[in-house]
Write a protein that binds this ligand. Sequence first.
Ligand code: PCA
Length: 216
Amino acid sequence: MDEATILLTGFEPFGGEAVNPSAQVAQALHGRRIAGATVHALELPCRFGDALAALTAAIAASRPQLVLALGQAGGRCDFSIERVAINVDDARIADNGGHQPIDQAVVPAGPAAYFATLPIKAMVAALQAAGLPASVSQSAGTFVCNHVFYGLMHSLRQHPGVRGGFIHLPLLPEQATRQRGQPSLPLSTMVEGVAIALAAALSHSVDLRRSGGAEA
Ligand code: PCA
């Protein structure tokens, strides 16, 4: 039997940044064993289309039991466990290939949205129990992260039993120094938090029933 694998993706830097915490966290966890599964890290280009092609090729090659995609979200103050991906590409800035789609579908004729199939409440609870800030996020935006999240959930329809989801991470402290007032978390904290979230995902086949909602 194949060894159980977790596919953990992060993104290359974008938007003029020199680093992206999501790629650094994924790389730091490459090879880590979590709840009997081994993490396989992959860095995705921050480009519409190409990012999804790289992700789907990696799913076919590594045949993971669980896929967690990570992305940077400047302005967020905690581990944002994303609930839902929507079928919209609407870019405020160009991606790293110079493309800026406006109101295009990620998958033409695809459903309006997909929910994460990871136990998002259990992941939030595990992070909070470890003393780390975490919340359910009701929107992954409309840029490359949402694009990858939607495309991931769409392609996992062809892989029954494989669960998937997305976490947005705050900036690293060195990024926040150049953007006054922006929240940040140290890399080591983000690495351990993602490991905790993955362990919670692997140990919960059914999610907790606790509030993760928000008013507007
Ligand atoms: N964050 C961007 C794309 C790549 C990343 O790390 C986003 O939130 O869409």
